[in-house]
Design a protein around this ligand. Structure first.
Ligand code: ADP
Ligand code: MG
Length: 400
């Protein structure tokens, strides 16, 4: 969500902001040192993998699944855990790496996904001419030769499985440790992150059984918890007293209740853009009115992170849809209109239109960005709830 006034922010003089201490601390990519209300999950991960370090040459790999709604801290908790456990391993003289693979960003197909995984571990393997199986084999051999160990996290695995139901990656992944049977594996753990257990329906029974029962839940944050978390983030990002308590309270209410349902990404974005607005208006503090204004012009269903994760073709298809929605002044348009607008847009940008327009639209639906009301009605998720024109204008700015 990017409100209209966002572009004006750049016009602010460069002297210190009266509002922000460090606005980067609200970026979706920044992970704070402490993650309140996720201690239990962190400890559980530690209890599974922490004990392996002392005995690293003799351990058998463990698979863990993490399940929870959007914005419940699955990604940041796992990344933090990865940081801590590699540090702990280093202190014990063990060369352990946590490799994080986001299946939405790193893998359109099995070939691309495996190639990216290998690239994150070593520059020594050239994956271009290798089959996915051979990539994994060489990866394991390389790790063994270099006495290195891995924990691999596959984030958004449900998205990948739904997009590629015939590529049995879970079979491949869970077999990695078995490449040298009877011998300890250099891959000591794999963590699979998904929004719910629904993706299990797409698996073969054998895949499901090797995945095992290690399932950890990340419950939705309550209003009180959102408040605690945002208070800590605000302390890092804002000057002292620059955010009114009532403003934080309002964001926490909005975040914890429907339609946002505890998605902390939305809370953080609201806080960020309300801060920008307050600064732009020359206010001394962020007040509930700033929050209300930002919220009325944005849409919790689509956040900046969702947009940033799209590749060029994805962005163009979405932009084309947004444009045809605007032209029609309607919350939904047909696929044909969207495609026409896509062709015009490609010509404007000097890009060759892709043939898989419909597939890309399907992909946007799976990502939760586009909503299909019927076969002839496509819209942007949540856009019918907000002031359509303002919201779509914001989205266009963001897509550019
Ligand atoms: P998920 O992967 O479950 O969708 P994320 O881990 O991406 O959620 O979290 C969404 C955003 O909220 C991130 O910017 C993250 O830093 C922040 N966040 C989530 N949980 C916490 C927490 N307990 N404390 C501080 N920030 C958090
Ligand atoms: Mg995530």
């Amino acid at each position: 969500m990017v409100p209209l006034f966002f572009t004006d922010v750049e016009l602010m003089p460069l002297r210190g902001s009266p509002i922000f201490r460090d606005r980067n601390k609200l970026s979706p990519y920044y992970i704070p040192e402490r993650l309140p209300h996720r201690d239990q999950q962190m400890e559980l991960l530690y209890s599974i993998y922490g004990n392996m370090i002392r005995n690293i040459g003799n351990v058998y790999p463990r698979f863990t699944q993490i399940i929870g709604g959007t914005g419940t801290g699955k990604t940041c908790t796992t990344l933090k855990f990865g940081e801590k456990i590699t540090e702990h391993a280093k202190n014990e003289g063990v060369n352990l790496q946590h490799v994080y693979v986001n299946c939405k960003v790193d893998g359109a197909t099995r070939f691309v996904l495996f190639g990216n995984l290998v690239k994150k571990v070593t520059p020594k393997i050239s994956t271009r001419s290798l089959s996915p199986e051979e990539m994994i084999r060489q990866l394991v051999d390389c790790l063994r030769a270099e006495k290195r160990f891995l924990i691999i996290t596959f984030d958004e695995i449900d998205y990948f499985i739904q997009t590629n139901p015939k590529e049995h990656v879970i079979y491949d992944f869970t077999r990695i440790p078995e490449m040298h049977p009877g011998e300890p594996s250099p891959v000591i753990g794999e963590i699979f992150i998904a929004r719910s257990l629904k993706w299990h329906e797409m698996l073969e029974p054998s895949e499901k059984s090797t995945l095992g029962m290690g399932i950890m839940e990340f419950p939705r944050y309550t209003g009180r918890q959102v408040m605690n978390i945002l208070e800590e983030r605000a302390t890092e990002a804002f000057n002292q007293d620059a955010v009114a308590d009532e403003a934080l309270g309002l964001i926490s209410d909005i975040t914890a209740n429907p339609p946002v349902n505890g998605d902390l990404r939305v809370g953080l974005e609201l806080l960020y853009y309300a801060g920008c607005l307050a600064e732009n208006m020359g206010a001394e503090r962020v007040l509930p009115d700033h929050i209300r204004k930002v919220y009325s012009e944005t849409n919790p269903a689509v956040t900046s992170e969702d947009i940033m994760n799209l590749d060029e073709a994805g962005k163009l298809v979405l932009l084309a849809l947004v444009r045809s929605l605007q032209a029609k002044k309607s919350a939904y348009v047909g696929l044909r209109d969207a495609r026409l607008s896509y062709e015009v847009l490609c010509e404007e940008c000097g890009v060759k239109p892709i043939d898989e327009f419909e597939e890309r639209m399907q992909d946007l639906i799976r990502r939760g960005i586009v909503e299909m009301k019927s076969l002839t009605e496509f819209g942007v998720s949540g856009a019918s709830l907000v002031d359509l024109e303002k919201f779509l204008n914001n989205l266009i700015q963001q897509l550019r």
